[in-house]
Write a protein that binds this ligand. Structure first.
Ligand SMILES: O=P(O)(O)OC[C@H]1O[C@](O)(CO)[C@@H](O)[C@@H]1O
Ligand SMILES: [Fe+2]
Length: 207
């Protein structure tokens, strides 16, 4: 089927996408279990009244192989204890699908983890392109003091697998304040590395 071309205006300050086909929001209560400091999490929920942590507006033409989903993510600044606000994070269900991010505003990180547990960090500021290669688990972290706004695009049939982070008890590292206005990576002591069979299954999970 021949589709009509479209354009979408990105409203940077609001993280809005003109012509969007969908929007979803994640509030603090949706992010239970993601943060290390559960007492600080409960306290923030009680004190802040379930604030918005991130919102995504996207354009999804369809979910057919070969097509593209694009959108805008807005993440508010904040911390739970000494850990910066983050997205749930995932690997693509079709794990060989890549993703592209383009920073518009704010100061963020893309935290990437290979199936074997190697961590990479890509710092994302305005006009930074971040390429997430196939097979990398990815999560965004707002390490700044304003909203982090990023445009993204990924193949329509990628899908998201959130269970991969749950089953390893989180990602291998956590991003925390360094006490000097910046961030640092800290090992997650609960992390359960994937065994060889699991890694092999992920590396061959595609169509
Ligand atoms: O899907 P998550 O891990 O909750 O995080 C949201 C981010 O990932 C995406 O779903 C795209 O893969 C974006 O919409 C957004 O940047
Ligand atoms: Fe993704």
């Amino acid at each position: 089927m021949l589709r009509e071309p479209v354009s979408g205006i990105v409203t940077v300050s609001a993280g809005g996408l003109g012509g969007k086909t969908g929007r979803y929001e994640k509030r603090l209560s949706d992010l239970a279990g993601l943060y290390e400091d559960t007492a600080a999490y409960e306290e923030a929920l009680a004190q802040l009244g379930d604030p918005l942590v991130y919102a995504v507006e996207d354009f999804r033409p369809n979910d057919q192989p070969g097509d593209l989903i694009y959108g805008v993510t807005r993440m508010v600044p904040g911390r739970i204890g000494d850990e910066f606000f983050l997205t749930r994070g995932h690997i693509h269900a079709k794990a060989d699908r890549p993703e592209f991010y383009y920073g518009q505003q704010g100061k963020g990180l893309m935290q990437l983890e290979s199936p074997a547990g190697e961590t990479r960090i890509v710092e994302i500021g305005p006009q930074t392109i971040c390429y997430v290669p196939p097979y990398w688990i990815h999560r965004s972290v707002n390490v700044g003091e304003e909203d982090l706004i990023m445009v993204f695009a990924y193949p329509s049939d990628s899908g998201q697998d959130y269970g991969i982070i749950e089953s390893s008890m989180g990602m291998r590292h956590r991003v925390k304040v360094d006490g000097a206005g910046g961030w640092k990576l800290v090992e997650n002591p609960a992390y359960q590395p994937r065994d060889r069979a699991t890694i092999n299954a992920i590396m061959t999970r595609y169509e």
